[in-house]
Design a protein around this ligand. Structure first.
Ligand code: GLA
Length: 397
């Protein structure tokens, strides 16, 4: 990725976006909305196993400009590819089109079904500063952002929970990705300066403060985008399901892999296919690490928190097999820097980004240290950006 713009550069990006909207659709007023992406600090590959996760929304995300039309047409365009599509609200596609428009379309369908709204048509321009497919949840960003924007311009009165539900329904029911609940919750329920603690077994959550005077979060992008990542992700989901099926009989009342005690895996793991045993071990140990990280965060012990992140990365690499050499290099190099508390891959893996937790005063020099070493090995610089936690979807102009 290019680097995520600093806040003052963000204003220029929004200005350019509005300019692009006017150039495409004419100069009248438009409303402009923003929806963040997210990094996940703890709880890797736990959401679809019913475990706890600890994501943080980031101020890189989706920008959408919107203007009502006098008819019931929906025009969608993107600053990223110039493609423009027009639909009639009364005759929206019932199957996905294998295009980015599937994400907003899925949300529009859900919101119309839910509200039965006599809605007006809209001209929409999407864009923003979130790298696509980099593990920062561009899909939840665009889906929750679309739900937020529709609620504002159509006055549907959807709650935040309903907007998150709309995003999930769009991805699962229309785009056709069997995603976990972490990403839309992380985006929809974001609070500035807070990590979301989300228990994916019952979708209960709370906000845990991350002290910006002590720590900052850096995200480093490998630039690696794997075509096969979705297939590999689905394979991990399936492997975890099979591991749960094999172990459930030994764990009374277990409803998901997260419910299986580690002692059950220790006692019966040898009966599993060795690959399934590794996957289950990652999941069950990651559940324990995530609870340890939560306790540490609440006690202000950020060293212990960081150690859980680094242990998670080793497990993701050795047991879950979702790392790549570029991610390992970013994590290992970052951990050599004085003041870095922890580092690990974020998102599904197979490329994308590493997330680094560091003491605020360790920030000067980190970027150069990591970039130089990464470039020596892979011939290009990783983009590195710094985040504190974003307030969540909102209207900008
Ligand atoms: C992807 C998915 C999330 C989650 C992570 C792994 O980002 O979209 O739901 O499963 O992988 O933690």
């Amino acid at each position: 990725m290019g680097k995520i713009p600093e806040p003052h550069e963000f204003a220029n990006l929004v200005e350019a976006h509005l300019h692009g909207f006017h150039a495409r659709y004419g100069p009248r007023d438009a409303r402009v909305f923003f929806s963040p992406g997210r990094v996940n600090l703890m709880g890797a590959h736990l959401d679809y196993n019913g475990g706890p996760v600890m994501p943080l929304a980031v101020h890189a995300g989706t920008i959408v400009a919107s203007r009502p039309r006098g008819d019931r047409r929906l025009r969608l365009a993107s600053t990223l590819d110039g493609e423009e599509r027009t639909f009639r609200l009364d005759d929206l596609p019932s199957a996905p089109l294998s295009s980015w428009v599937d994400y907003p379309l899925g949300v529009v369908r859900f919101v119309l079904e839910r509200t039965g709204s006599e809605a007006c048509g809209l001209d929409l321009l999407f864009g923003g500063n979130l790298p696509i497919g980099a593990g920062l949840s561009s899909s939840a960003s665009i889906c929750v952002g679309t739900a937020h924007m529709l609620d504002a311009v159509w006055g549907t009165g959807l709650s935040v929970q309903e907007r998150v539900d709309a995003a999930l329904a769009a991805e699962r029911g229309f785009v056709g990705v069997n995603c976990g609940i972490m990403d839309p919750y992380a985006v929809g329920f974001a609070r500035p300066g807070h990590i979301l603690w989300l228990d994916c077994k019952d979708a209960s959550f709370e906000h845990l403060p991350l002290d910006p005077t002590r720590v900052v979060v850096a995200v480093a992008d490998t630039g690696v985008r794997r075509q096969l990542a979705q297939g590999e992700f689905n394979r991990r989901v399936e492997e975890c399901r099979l591991a749960f099926e094999a172990l459930a009989g030994y764990a009374n009342g277990a409803r998901c892999l997260r419910d299986v005690p580690l002692s059950v895996l220790d006692a019966h793991g040898a009966r599993l296919d060795p690959v399934l045993e590794k996957r289950a071990r990652h999941v069950l140990e990651e559940v324990e690490r995530t609870f340890t990280a939560r306790r540490a965060l609440l006690e202000g012990d950020l060293h212990t928190f960081g150690k859980q992140m680094s242990a998670a990365h080793r497990s993701l690499s050795d047991l879950f097999d979702v790392s790549v050499p570029e991610l390992d290099c970013l994590v290992e190099t970052a951990l050599e820097w004085n003041g870095v508390l922890g580092a690990r891959l974020t998102g599904a893996g197979f490329g994308g980004c590493a997330v680094i937790l560091l003491a605020v005063d360790a920030r000067p020099g980190l970027e150069e240290w990591v970039s130089t070493r990464f470039e020596e090995r892979f011939g290009r610089a990783p983009g590195i950006s710094f985040f504190e936690g974003d307030p969540g979807p909102r209207e900008l102009l």
